[in-house]
Design a protein around this ligand. Structure first.
Ligand code: DGL
Length: 293
């Protein structure tokens, strides 16, 4: 099943999967775009819900989890790894590229560039986790675009957890959103960058609070397009027509994850199998292992 051999040699298995991971259900906002844009590609998805939230952990911890998940995805036949998590990208993208030089990775960063290009008020809000703002990737974005517009970073405390709990428009979630978004609105933003993959699921609630004058930028379609470009460059597309296989894993109990997957993904989503995976002590630290597989 291994697509990448330990020697680093790549096998020409074009029917291998697109591997996707996040701390939880947030990465589904990216996964659904990938499945929509590439209906013939098989996918693997890991939700590391046992360690969720990543956003308030140290970058070193998130890097360790990301490495373990990448090994797991490669072991189960991933031909590319999409880090559908801004926090994990900020913490681990450069490290993963270094330790798996043969593996194509697609990472995420807050979509500041299009927001800065489009703003008319010159003020751009960025909603992301604490760890994302601490990473090098965000510092680079500020250096590159911070002189063209005023970037207003806002930590979305509690928002990813609200999405995990399925509280997309509960009074508590709306109150939390109002608390985070009011300072941005008062500062005159006309663009809000969703810098965490959980937040697109809060989009209706965010729109209700910010009103029609603030454009909301969800990078998921662009990340899916980038995944397609990398597959094409490396000649890794699955040319075969036919139904794709989608296999999801969670490091927490399956049932609540299954319920949330059903709630968050559109009704016409293709069939998905969901399996448990567990973190277990291994020779080189904790390993993610599939159960009942
Ligand atoms: N979905 C993740 C992101 O894009 C992080 C959520 C969390 O675990 O804090 O940043």
């Amino acid at each position: 099943m291994n697509f990448y051999r330990p020697s680093g040699k790549r096998e020409p298995n074009l029917a291998a999967s697109i591997g996707v991971f996040d701390s939880g259900v947030g990465g589904l906002s990216v996964w659904q775009e990938i499945a929509r844009q590439f209906p013939h590609e098989h996918t693997l998805y890991v939700a590391d819900q046992a360690h969720m939230p990543y956003g308030s952990r140290s970058l070193a911890e998130v890097q360790t989890f990301s490495e373990g998940i990448t090994r797991f995805l490669l072991h189960h036949g991933a031909k590319i790894v999409v880090i559908a998590c801004n926090t994990a990208s900020a913490a681990a993208l450069l490290h993963l590229r270094e330790i798996f030089p043969e593996v194509p990775f697609v990472g995420m960063e807050p979509a500041v560039k299009p927001a800065v290009e489009r703003t008319r008020t010159g003020r751009v809000g960025v909603l992301a986790t604490q760890a994302t703002f601490q990473g090098q990737l965000f510092a680079k974005l500020t250096d590159a675009y911070g002189h063209n517009a005023r970037l207003l970073p806002q930590i979305g405390w509690g928002l990813a957890q609200a999405v995990e709990a399925g509280q997309l428009d509960s009074p508590a979630t709306l109150a939390l959103l109002r608390q985070h978004l009011s300072p941005l609105r008062e500062a005159g933003i006309d663009q809000l960058v969703l810098g965490c993959t959980h937040y697109p699921f809060l989009r209706p609630a965010i729109e209700q609070i910010l009103g029609p004058d603030v454009a909301i930028i969800d990078p998921a379609p662009a990340v899916a397009r980038q995944t397609g470009r990398v597959l094409a460059q490396r000649r890794l597309q699955n040319g075969r027509e036919g139904a794709a296989r989608h296999l999801f894993f969670t490091s927490s109990p399956v049932k609540p994850f299954e319920t949330m997957v059903g709630r968050l993904l559109p009704a016409q989503t293709p069939h998905i199998q969901i399996r448990p995976a567990r973190w277990q002590p291994g020779l080189a630290g904790d390993e993610l292992v599939a159960m009942e597989f």
